[in-house]
Design a protein. Structure first.
Length: 95
């Protein structure tokens, strides 16, 4: 299936992100506040949710990104010489 470069991956191969075609068609507005270059607060302006704990904020951002189809990585490997090329597709920008 993935050995043929003209064939795309099946939808269920990604566990942490939805297919961008299945992602919401409305924007999610996120504000990240920084102090001295470190993130201190994450505010979802769309849902009215706030996180100040760094771990909770990190996990929440992963959840929101995955729900919007962000963070997918395509890995193409040349088996002849063992070279991998990784390309990250950012399909939506969080603001």
């Amino acid at each position: 299936m993935l050995e043929n470069p003209t064939t795309g991956p099946p939808k269920d191969i990604f566990r942490m992100t939805v297919d961008p075609e299945d992602a919401p068609n409305t924007p999610t507005f996120i504000r990240i506040e920084f102090v001295n270059g470190a993130p201190t607060k994450v505010v979802n302006k769309t849902a009215g949710v706030e996180y100040s704990d760094p771990l909770e904020a990190f996990n929440y951002l992963n959840e929101v990104a995955g729900a919007n189809g962000i963070g997918r990585i395509d890995i193409v490997e040349n088996r002849l010489v063992g070279i991998r090329e990784e390309c990250t597709r950012l399909l939506q920008v969080l603001y």
